[in-house]
Design a protein around this ligand. Structure first.
Ligand code: 13P
Ligand code: SF4
Length: 427
């Protein structure tokens, strides 16, 4: 019963969304999920729409799926590599050849040219990135096309282009006396390939939560200010730790004229923050941290920088998923950690480190509901398809978009991870 899946099935009321307990095939048919991010990707045939997985996979028992996945993996051998994000459920992570954060998975995709196919057990924007970085002829598969990211879908290319036109009208396009352009676009990895391409075409860059500080330094060497999308929290937390005042970080709401700002606010801005957020990380709050400190005196509180600023301020440290993992690994036995990130990862850390006490700050079970859509049934279906010479759910980024997105991604890969707040397990 240690897996999040088993907990949700046993007690739907213990989770943040009772829809999660509906069962994967019905859950996929529910409205309100991504990936809007796939708007410009080519959708190849045959593509099974969510909820249309052949019934033999829907009806298969856990044991049967395990046997079929293991057999297909063995048959495919080194032609296949399975990548899994830290937030992926245990039932799927057990088959991954490499588990990591977004930055590491982007690198992993690059360093496995011998594999013919990368099956990405993460979310849509991660698979798109792998396709952009993959070598010619390498295929990337996302086992369930409904595994999007609600945050990534909060910024789309039309709204960002409209914002950019407004900013150009206000700031002009000429560099200042130091050669710095008026504004540099920075997109979080959690965004569509089209937005990464926008950054590549406009002198910008991609960041992940592990290298956001390095990326902002890169941007301020080249520009007077930054337009950061889609995650307001990562942008705010990172810029604040660099000494930028929150007063100089207006929010851009794409539904309002000039993003809801006055021209003067925009002229004095250092960082323009897009109105986006992660629904998992916005659940963390300061009261949870205060309670953890009362219940566990001496507890070390580490949160992901997608959490709201007051939460990051109240924590001891903030860092990417890999930062959190390394901090726990480096601690002497007997430490207590309260973690503010996705629950699958926190539970796994707890299981891997019985020498520590590790718990999630949020008492409610709240997995990343889109990553959760990669059920073993989808994995079995895609792997058995490959064994039979059929490619299901391939992610294909349009070449014109991929070309520009690659420019921004290569800039990102050169920007090494660096902590946002205190402590540095990367050293
Ligand atoms: P990391 O880059 O830390 O892996 O985070 C990815 C993510 O989606 C967090 O919500
Ligand atoms: Fe997107 Fe949040 Fe899930 Fe990360 S945890 S993939 S930001 S919805």
């Amino acid at each position: 019963m240690s897996s999040v899946n088993a907990t949700i099935v046993a007690d739907p009321a213990a989770s943040c969304d009772t829809d999660l307990a509906k069962g994967p095939w019905n859950f996929d048919l529910a409205p309100g999920y991504g990936p809007g991010a796939s708007e410009y990707d080519v959708i190849p045939d045959p593509t099974v729409r969510p909820g249309q997985l052949p019934v033999e996979y829907q009806r298969a028992s856990e044991e049967d799926l395990h046997r079929r996945i293991s057999a297909a993996k063995k048959a495919l051998g080194s032609k296949l590599v399975i990548l899994g994000h830290f937030y992926q459920r245990d039932e799927v992570v057990q088959y991954a050849d490499f588990v990591g954060d977004s930055f590491q998975l982007a690198n992993a995709a690059l360093t496995m040219p011998e594999a013919e196919t990368i099956v990405f057990c993460g979310v849509h924007f991660m698979a798109e990135t792998a396709d952009i970085l993959a070598r010619e002829g390498q295929k990337v598969i996302l086992p369930n096309l409904a595994a999007g990211c609600s945050m990534a879908d909060m910024a789309d290319i039309d709204s960002v282009t409209a914002c950019w036109e407004d900013l150009e009208a206000l700031y002009g396009t000429e560099p200042d006396a130091d050669g710095k352009v008026p504004v540099i676009p920075v997109t979080y990895m959690n965004s569509s390939a089209a937005l990464k391409a926008f950054c590549g075409e406009h002198g910008g860059i991609v960041c992940t939560s592990s290298n956001a500080a390095t990326v902002l330094e890169w941007a301020f060497e080249r520009g007077q200010r930054v337009l950061f999308f889609p995650d307001q929290h990562l942008g705010r937390n990172t810029a604040k730790a660099m000494g930028i005042s929150v007063d100089d970080m207006p929010m851009w709401n794409p539904r309002k004229p000039l993003g809801g700002n006055s021209g003067d606010d925009l002229l004095s801005a250092k960082v323009l923050l897009w109105h986006g957020f992660c629904s998992v990380h916005k659940r963390f709050n300061v009261a949870q941290i205060e309670k953890a400190r009362i219940d566990f005196p001496g507890v070390r509180v580490i949160v992901h920088p997608e959490c709201p600023m007051p939460v990051v301020d109240a924590a001891d440290e903030a860092g990417s998923t890999d930062y959190i993992r390394k901090a726990i690994e480096a601690a002497p036995p007997g430490a207590t950690f309260a973690i503010g990130t996705e629950v699958n990862m926190v539970n796994r850390l707890q299981a891997e480190h019985p020498e520590h006490t590790i718990f999630c700050l949020d008492p409610v079970v709240c997995p990343c509901s889109t990553m959760y859509r990669i059920h073993p049934g989808y994995l079995a279906w895609t792997l058995e398809g490959l064994v039979n010479g059929e490619v299901h759910n391939q992610i294909i980024v349009e070449p014109r978009i991929a070309e520009h997105a690659k420019v921004a991604l290569e800039r990102m890969l050169a920007a090494l991870p660096k902590p946002i707040a205190k402590g540095d397990p990367h050293d």
